[in-house]
Design a protein around this ligand. Structure first.
Ligand code: HEM
Length: 248
């Protein structure tokens, strides 16, 4: 009887730890897989479609892809919170360790990405889809639709950039940061301050708040998905080097 009393909560906790991680990976690959499909496959392919075919695909294919995309993002967030809730070491001291700094970095990037999905990309794409449906039904094209498409594209490319350091720090929490021992409130503050600053500048640029949404100039790294991938690895390399310097 005594063993059973101990075993039931243990099962719940171990079950919670593994089930929330499993859900997190399934939801995460659904979300980021579709993000990469949009950026590396759909956008370049649509550029070569004629207008009729593009409207047809926008009205009939894109809404399905966006449904899985945004709900994948939602489940990734909820399962991520659930991993934290089931974690043994989750208390105020956890955030003071290199692992705590690593997951704070991953979560910060992922939360900006989640906000881009729900508050920028999805609202913009709804207008693009409504325009395509209207044109297919014989209506006039909406001249503002291209602007919404551009807004969604900048946020989507920026999410592709963020996904590269974000995934490093998600995985680094248990598989890299534990090999680091040094930590102090000054180092944590400096590291996280740099992460917040660079991420904020990149995000404001994606939103067009640092001089508009035109291609080239300060947004050249978002002009082609190849450049965005390189920028993502550069940002990841900068953060990994700083992590080594501060906590190595
Ligand atoms: C949306 C907000 C997110 C939150 C709150 C979150 C939270 C977490 C937490 C708490 C962990 C456990 C870290 C540890 O202790 O090892 C984790 C791990 C992980 N997450 Fe996330 N996450 C988020 C987004 C994402 C996204 C978008 C992906 C993309 C696929 C992702 C992929 C991973 C991976 C691969 C791990 C490593 C698990 C391991 O090494 O055991 N997460 N996440």
């Amino acid at each position: 009887m005594h063993d059973l009393v101990l075993a039931v909560p243990l099962f719940h906790r171990v079950g919670g730890i593994i089930l929330s991680r499993w859900a997190h990976f399934l939801a995460g690959i659904t979300w980021i897989g579709l993000l990469y499909y949009f950026n590396f496959v759909q956008t370049p392919a649509f550029a070569g479609f004629d207008a009729g075919a593009r409207n047809e695909a926008t009205a009939k294919l894109v809404p399905r892809a966006l449904w899985w995309f945004r709900w994948g993002a939602m489940l990734t967030l909820l399962s991520g919170i659930s991993i934290l809730a089931f974690q043994d070491q989750f208390n105020a001291d956890y955030w003071k360790t290199p692992s705590g700094v690593s997951i704070a970095t991953g979560i910060l990037l992922a939360l900006v990405m989640f906000s881009n999905v729900w508050f920028v990309i999805w609202p913009a794409q709804k207008r693009v889809i409504a325009n395509a449906e209207n044109v297919l039904g014989g209506g006039e094209a909406n001249p503002t639709a291209a602007g919404f498409g551009r807004r969604g594209l900048l946020a989507s490319r920026t999410n592709t950039l963020f996904s590269i350091p974000m995934l490093f720090f998600m995985a680094a929490t248990s598989h890299f940061a534990p090999f680091h021992t040094s930590s102090s409130s000054g180092k944590r503050g400096a590291f996280l301050g740099i992460v917040v600053f660079i991420t904020a500048v990149l995000e404001l640029n994606a939103l067009g708040l640092l001089g508009g949404t035109e291609p080239g100039g300060a947004r050249a790294y978002l002009d082609k998905h190849q450049s965005t991938i390189i920028a993502g690895f550069v940002y990841a390399a900068v953060l990994i080097a700083l992590f080594e310097i501060f906590f190595g």
